[in-house]
Every structure is written in structure tokens, then in C-alpha cells.
Design a protein. Structure first.
Length: 496
């Protein structure tokens, strides 16, 4: 079950919202949300639910054990972890390590075992059968959430949750379990037990959900169909495809992956608002970035901040000299790459951005924007680098990836343009400009501008009230119409 699905929208989500809103207390609301979240996971197989509950139990017990052996803070105010006597500190550290090993080991088993066995067979010609292991839905997201929770308890930044069902609700809340954002326990711990229903939040949530649904159903799906048609991952016909065809198909994928991924974050944030949760933003128009450093401050913010706070900084960050800083960046970006999937292309994708970021740190002054012409050029170069990065990300087959990269420069003996390219452009003259506009803050800018004008022009206020109600309804109607008549509705995050 995915968010952009009629069964989810009109039965699952609607019923969940009706029942949870009708409940008189937060405790009763939590019961409804937990039941629906467990059903959501069990939809694809009961064993997925057992895995989620088991990993949550490990982290629940680990956090309680860490807190149980932590001594009281010292009189001078030093953190309990830092001031703990050696036996206590060792028990806390051992518990943390054991918990992380179980969580990361479970994630690695499901995510990388088949890939590693396949590579071993290929390298050493072993005749063993490659296991067909199904990747549990959302395992990368809830594993990272649980890890952040246990580490924060170890650091003394949050208290251990005493009620298992509340930790299970945090880890498995269906709003953000399949495509993020990675929600930290510290951001929602209060709202798990103490939140209030606000009509304004509910209204904002419906609007945000409608925007995400529209981005997914009306734009991302259409762009995905273009990408799969012009630049299929199987490599069929790519060697003879024109450079323009490859460019248009790759551009469609570049737009699709942002609109699709940000759409799920929009829907998650919207559902959270409708239920009283306030999740942090996960995207800030990354294609408006003026450097790769800026791009990664805007793209999948919850993942970038996770690796920064739980890997890069604990490794020493930039505090131990330039060589150590680059080593820490290498580790972070290698892990970022393989987190996205079991394939050499994901590792190559991560290392590609590692190299660019090192070059930026060494040669580019990011603190002081240059004069306007060079600033525009820097934005253009950033988009080009991201464009080629998504080609690395898209193709698990290195040979196919090489064919596409060569073909973009007509190095396959392929023509620059052909009828396929012309038809693709003409047939999508409306789609591409709208998709590009959706990747920019144009709509929020116009929204803010209208509200500014409405403060001085009273006649605009009724119009804005009507639009604030009508536009989400129109988006939902058009999205539902599209989903009902379209068989193509890909879910890009199965490898996560």
C-alpha cells in the first residue's frame, strides 16, 4: 500500500482520520494510529510487522538499560555520560554498541545479502544459489529513526521511553515510514502524548497532502513514463538513441525523482498535521541550489542531517585537520551511497558527490556569492553536476550507464537528434514547464504576494478564501482522476 493509491486515500486514510479525530483523548488517538500503522505494515506480509516490532523491542530494551545504569549528573553539571564512572560508562557503551549491531546487522542482511552473494559468485565462480531476500518496506527509514533514538538516549539528550507501544508508534507511524522524512524522537516525543487538534493545522495538512498527491499523480508519474520510455534501465535501444532523446529522458528522470520523493514528504507532513504531529521539512527546492554543498542542505534534509550528527561529527568532523576531514567525508558519502541501494552505481554516486564536495571546499568560496553573471553560472554548473549524478543513480548496470553517458556526447555513433526526440518534446510542451515550475518556489512566492496584496485590497480576501478551499479540492480531484485511469504508478523507494 502506498500513499498515491485510491484504496489508501478513500478507505485507509479517511477511516483513520475519522476514528482518530472522534477519540476524546490522546491515548485513544494513539491506539487508533498504532492499529492503523500496524495494519499498514502487515498489508505486505505479517512477517514485516514482526520485524518492525522486534527491532523496536531491541531498541526499547537497549535504551532502558542505558538509562538504568546512567548515574545522576555530577554536582558541577557535567553530562551524566561524560561523568559516569568507568563500569557504568562501559555498560552503557556496550549496550549501545550491541543495539546498533543488531539494528544495522538486520538492515544489512535484508538489504545487501543478495547483492554480496551475487558479487561473490561473479568474482569467484561459486556455484551457490543466490538467496532471494525481500527487502521489508521502509526498513532503512525506521532503522535510522530507532538508531537516532538510542544514540540520543545514550547522549542524555532525551529520556528513554517507558512505554513500548509509544516507541512502536514513533518507529512505525505510517505517515513517514515508506519514504521519509527520517523523524527524530526528540522532535515528536512531546506530541506522542501531548498534542491538540487544531482546525488550522488540519486545514494546512489537507492542503499539503493535496500538493504532494498532485506532484506525484499529475507530474512525477507522467515524467516517469517518459523516462522509462526514452531511457529504460534495461538499456534497450540506448546505443542508437539520439543525444537529445537521452537528454530529454534523463531530464524527465531528474524532475521525476525530486517531484516523486518530495511528494511523499509533502504527504507525510500533511498527514502529520492532520493528526497533530509537526514533522520538519525534508526538501527546500534543491534544484535552486548554487553549489553541491547547498544542494545537500536542501535535498533529503533528514538523511543529510542524520549522517552529519550520527556519523560525520562523531568521527571528528572538521576538528582534526584537513586530511581527517576528507576521510570523514569519504566514509559519510560511501555510506550515503550504499544506504540508497545495494549496487555499485549507488556507491559510485556517493563517491561522485564526495569528490565534488572536496573540490568545492578546496577551491570555491561558498561564503561570499560572486557577481551576478558568475552566480548564475554557478547555479547552472550545479544543475549540470546533479543531472549527471542522477544518471549514475539510475543505472545499476555499468555498461548501460556508460552507453547513456557516451550517447549524450554522440560518442556511440548516434545522431544528435531524431524524430523520437522531437515527438517527446512536442508531446510534453506543457508538462516540462509545469514540472520545472514545481521545482522552484514560484507558487509560494505568488501565494505570499497575493496575501500581501490582500492586506491592502479588501476585495482580494474573499477570493483568497475561496482559492484556499478550492485549489486543494481541485488537486485531489485531478489526482484521483489520473490515478483511476492510469496503470503506471511506480514506487521508487523499494530499494530503501
Amino acid at each position: 500500500m502506498v500513499f498515491a493509491d485510491l484504496l489508501f486515500i478513500f478507505l485507509f486514510l479517511t477511516l483513520c482520520l475519522i476514528l482518530s479525530t472522534a477519540m476524546p483523548t490522546n491515548r485513544a488517538k494513539n491506539v487508533v494510529l498504532l492499529v492503523f500503522s500496524l495494519v499498514f505494515y502487515a498489508w505486505s506480509g505479517p512477517w514485516l510487522l514482526i520485524l518492525l516490532c522486534g527491532m523496536t523491542l531491541v531498541c526499547y530494551l537497549g535504551a532502558l538499560r542505558i538509562e538504568a545504569v546512567r548515574p545522576a549528573p555530577s554536582p558541577d553539571g557535567a553530562p551524566a555520560t561524560a561523568s559516569a564512572p568507568d563500569p557504568s560508562r562501559k555498560v552503557m557503551r556496550l549496550t549501545l554498541i550491541l543495539t546498533l549491531v543488531i539494528c544495522l546487522g538486520t538492515l544489512a542482511f535484508f538489504k545487501y545479502t543478495s547483492f554480496l552473494c551475487g558479487e561473490m559468485n561473479r568474482l569467484f565462480s561459486w556455484p551457490s544459489r543466490i538467496p532471494d531476500i525481500i527487502l521489508p518496506i521502509g526498513i532503512s527509514f525506521y532503522t535510522f529513526q530507532l538508531i537516532s533514538y538510542v544514540v540520543d538516549v545514550y547522549r542524555g539528550q532525551v529520556p528513554a521511553q517507558r512505554k513500548y507501544h509509544l516507541l512502536l508508534l514513533y518507529a512505525g507511524l505510517f505517515h513517514q515510514c515508506i519514504a521519509g522524512p527520517i523523524v527524530r524522537y526528540s522532535d515528536v516525543c512531546r506530541e506522542l502524548t501531548d498534542r491538540e487538534f487544531k482546525v488550522t493545522d488540519f486545514s494546512r495538512g489537507v492542503t499539503r497532502f493535496a500538493i504532494g498527491l498532485g506532484k506525484k499523480a499529475l507530474l512525477a508519474n507522467a515524467l516517469g513514463a517518459i523516462a522509462d520510455s526514452l531511457v529504460p534501465t534495461s538499456g534497450t535501444g540506448l546505443s542508437s538513441a539520439s543525444a537529445v532523446t537521452l537528454f530529454v529522458g534523463s531530464l524527465a528522470y531528474m524532475l521525476q525523482i525530486y517531484l516523486d520523493f518530495s511528494a511523499y514528504s509533502d504527504m507525510a507532513i500533511g498527514m502529520g498535521l492532520m493528526s497533530g504531529f509537526h514533522y520538519l521539512e525534508n526538501f527546500r527546492y534543491p534544484y535552486m541550489a548554487d553549489s553541491i554543498t547547498d544542494f545537500w542542505r536542501r535535498w533529503h534534509i533528514s538523511l543529510s542531517s542524520f549522517f552529519r550528527d550520527y556519523v560525520y561529527i562523531p568521527l571528528g568532523g572538521n576538528r582534526k585537520g584537513v586530511p581527517r576531514q576528507y576521510l570523514n567525508l569519504l566514509i559519510v558519502w560511501a555510506l550515503t551511497g550504499i544506504w540508497h541501494g545495494a549496487g555499485w552505481n549507488f556507491l559510485l554516486w556517493g563517491l561522485y558527490f564526495f569528490v565534488i564536495l572536496c573540490i568545492e571546499k578546496r577551491f570555491v568560496d561558498l561564503k561570499h556569492p560572486p557577481a551576478t553573471p558568475f552566480y548564475i553560472l554557478r547555479r547552472a554548473v550545479t544543475l549540470i553536476l546533479v543531472f549527471f549524478g542522477w544518471i549514475l543513480f539510475r543505472y545499476p548496470d555499468m555498461a548501460v550507464m556508460g552507453t547513456v553517458l557516451r550517447g549524450l556526447f554522440c560518442l556511440n555513433g548516434n545522431p544528435f537528434a531524431d524524430l523520437t526526440a522531437g515527438a517527446a518534446i512536442l508531446n510534453n510542451l506543457f508538462l516540462f514547464p509545469v514540472a520545472v515550475a514545481a521545482c522552484t518556489p514560484l507558487v509560494p512566492f505568488l501565494h505570499d504576494r497575493l496575501h500581501t496584496l490582500a492586506r491592502t485590497r479588501m476585495g482580494l480576501r474573499p477570493v483568497l478564501r475561496v482559492l484556499s478551499v478550492a485549489l486543494p479540492l481541485v488537486l485531489i480531484f485531478l489526482s484521483v482522476f489520473s490515478l483511476a485511469g492510469l496503470n503506471y504508478n511506480p514506487f521508487l523507494y523499494t530499494q530503501f
